[in-house]
Design a protein around this ligand. Structure first.
Ligand SMILES: Cc1cc2nc3c(=O)[nH]c(=O)nc-3n(C[C@H](O)[C@H](O)[C@H](O)COP(=O)(O)OP(=O)(O)OC[C@H]3O[C@@H](n4cnc5c(N)ncnc54)[C@H](O)[C@@H]3O)c2cc1C
Length: 180
């Protein structure tokens, strides 16, 4: 793509660019930020965690209290591919992480685990406060359009488009194509 006209001067070039400010992108930012790495998170939307907030409308189900091997079996044919991710952050670690943000939880009658307040917003606010303590910057209304032939990322933004070449890029764009 022709990136002529895109701003590169004075642009902050992070060590790691994370594209997508949903839970996956925020968790990547937390892990990298805690390691002292300079991170920039870009999102096409004007605020972070939009779908996550929507998830909280009907009551945010964080995880499940069932026995670990049964829990893993819920992923069906994908459980082996997901094994490392599940081992890295099994349900009890997710609950500890939520508690670490100051959010209390309860086990519902179905065995599912929810925040006491049921909503996602308090958790998201506490999460963003934690990220504010790290070298994590947010760039909203930055829609990533792809890479150019030099391997630079380019973003569309209402006040001027942007081209940067970070050392590492993490794509955390969510699931379905065309969802935004
Ligand atoms: C109604 C509803 C209820 C739900 N309930 C629950 C629940 O109770 N418990 C639960 O665990 N999950 C629930 N979910 C699912 C949960 O919301 C998703 O699993 C979660 O948001 C996925 O996180 P993610 O970071 O992978 O993707 P997303 O949250 O989709 O984040 C991806 C981000 O990438 C950005 N993006 C995409 N393309 C670009 C681009 N080209 N340039 C810049 N930015 C881009 C998007 O704007 C978005 O902010 C629910 C979802 C819905 C819709």
């Amino acid at each position: 793509m022709d990136t002529l006209g895109y701003i590169t001067e004075n642009a902050v070039v992070p060590d790691v660019a994370i594209i997508g400010a949903g839970p996956a992108g925020l968790m990547a930012a937390e892990v990298l930020g805690a390691a002292g790495i300079c991170v920039a998170v870009y999102d096409a939307m004007s605020s972070v965690g939009r779908k996550f907030l929507r998830a909280g409308i009907g009551g945010l189900n964080i995880t499940h209290s069932e026995e670990y091997s049964l829990f893993c079996s819920r992923y069906g044919g994908y459980q082996h591919a997901l094994r490392l991710s599940l081992e890295y952050m099994p349900p009890n670690e997710i609950i500890n992480w939520v508690h670490g943000l100051g959010i209390t939880t309860f086990v519902g009658s179905s065995g599912r685990i929810f925040p006491e307040m049921m909503k996602a917003a308090p958790l998201l606010r506490a999460w963003l406060r934690r990220l504010a303590g790290y070298k994590v910057e947010f760039y909203l209304r930055h829609r990533w359009l792809g890479w150019d032939s030099q391997g630079c990322l380019y973003f569309e933004h209402p006040n001027g488009n942007l081209v940067i070449k970070p050392k590492v890029t993490v794509l955390a764009l969510g699931g379905a194509v065309g969802q935004n």
